[in-house]
Design a protein around this ligand. Structure first.
Ligand SMILES: [Zn+2]
Ligand SMILES: [Zn+2]
Length: 338
């Protein structure tokens, strides 16, 4: 892997000197060069990810699609979400609005003796080997991600935002970042806080997020790619996550109450009621948490995706980016009024 790190460093250096630095001076932000160097790392990771999507996953989707792409506009909106998130624009926004502030708070707390929950203190020496610590953090972040996702479905207010993600009926590799911005702000802040608490280094954090994002793009892909049963139990497969998005599995808690009477959506299997009435298969990278906490459902085929009241009642979740964001806020505000 050394050649990769060296090439990455060289590319980051080049991009910073040639593009980011002149841009920062032009914008009169020469005092932010240090942050700019970090942002360059995110930008480069994003460019690499998008290259993998376009060059590898895209052709695979065309060769082995789950369903034909009939709504290109819906896919284009997801491309916009992906570019916004992966090319660092969202990260930049987060940094200047919340993360810098979170770093300050943590710095302040540390000075006043906040104990850190470094894994190394619990298990001395375990983080000495880079790949061991990488896997440990990956598993820890995934556990946090599992519960956040489960709560996004369980907590009614949070579902109003997470519904943006589930309202995509034309799910593709671009759908991972289709989230309400407020939802992304909340989850991002939780992960940054966990990273600060357990003492993940900045570069390791970038690598953890990058690997997770790439896996998540694969899981959303419009890709009919059957995995052997053992592999599906090791890592979340596209089929496993598509089942999480299935229309027939009610996500809307109110609709879930009448789901027993609701007809199955066209093209979707009438899935038997899941043990968890808000949904199944919440796992981000590993299905282990679903297996452990009783929310795994292996029965899914390659289901049609969407939310049931979209299909049953024609509820509008928005076609374009701004409509989706605005309607998400309105659903949230509607809850407050009740
Ligand atoms: Zn979900
Ligand atoms: Zn998803």
């Amino acid at each position: 892997m050394d050649w990769f790190y060296n090439a990455f460093d060289a590319a980051q250096q080049w991009l910073f000197v040639q593009v980011i630095q002149p841009l920062a001076f032009w914008a009169g932000a020469g005092n932010l060069l240090e942050q700019g160097y970090g942002a360059t790392e995110w930008l480069l990771v994003g460019v690499l990810q998008i290259a993998v999507l376009v060059l590898v996953l895209g052709p695979a989707q065309r060769l082995w699609p789950v369903e034909p792409v009939t709504d290109r506009r819906a896919v284009r909106v997801d491309v916009l979400y992906t570019l916004l998130h992966r090319l660092g624009l969202f990260k930049l926004l987060m940094f200047f609005s919340f993360e810098a502030w979170a770093l300050d708070v943590f710095g302040w707390l540390r000075v006043r003796g906040l104990p850190t929950l470094q894994i190394d203190q619990l298990w001395p020496g375990v983080t000495d080997v880079a790949w061991v610590s990488f896997i440990l953090y990956l598993v820890l972040f995934d556990l946090v991600g599992y519960w956040l996702h489960r709560w996004q479905h369980h907590w009614h207010w949070w579902w109003q935002l997470h519904a943006v993600h589930h309202s995509q009926r034309q799910m593709t590799m671009w759908t991972d970042n289709r989230n309400h911005l407020l939802d992304s702000v909340i989850t991002d802040l939780v992960f940054v806080t966990v990273a600060l608490l357990v003492g993940v280094g900045p570069s390791q954090f970038v690598a953890l997020v990058a690997l997770s994002q790439l896996m998540e793009s694969l899981q959303h892909a419009n890709l009919r790619w059957p995995w052997p049963a053992w592999a599906e139990r090791l890592v979340v497969s596209p089929r496993f996550h598509r089942h999480h998005h299935a229309i027939a599995l009610s996500h809307e808690p109110e609709a879930a109450l009448v789901a027993g009477r609701a007809p199955a959506a066209e093209g979707a299997r009438a899935a038997p009621r899941a043990p968890d009435r808000f949904g199944v298969n919440y796992g981000i990278l590993f299905p282990w948490w679903d297996m452990l906490f009783g929310s795994a459902d292996w029965r899914g085929g390659y289901d049609a995706t969407g939310i049931d009241d979209q299909v049953l009642k024609g509820r509008d979740y928005g076609r374009g980016f701004w409509a989706q964001q605005w309607l998400g806020l309105r659903r949230l505000a509607g809850l407050a009024r009740r």
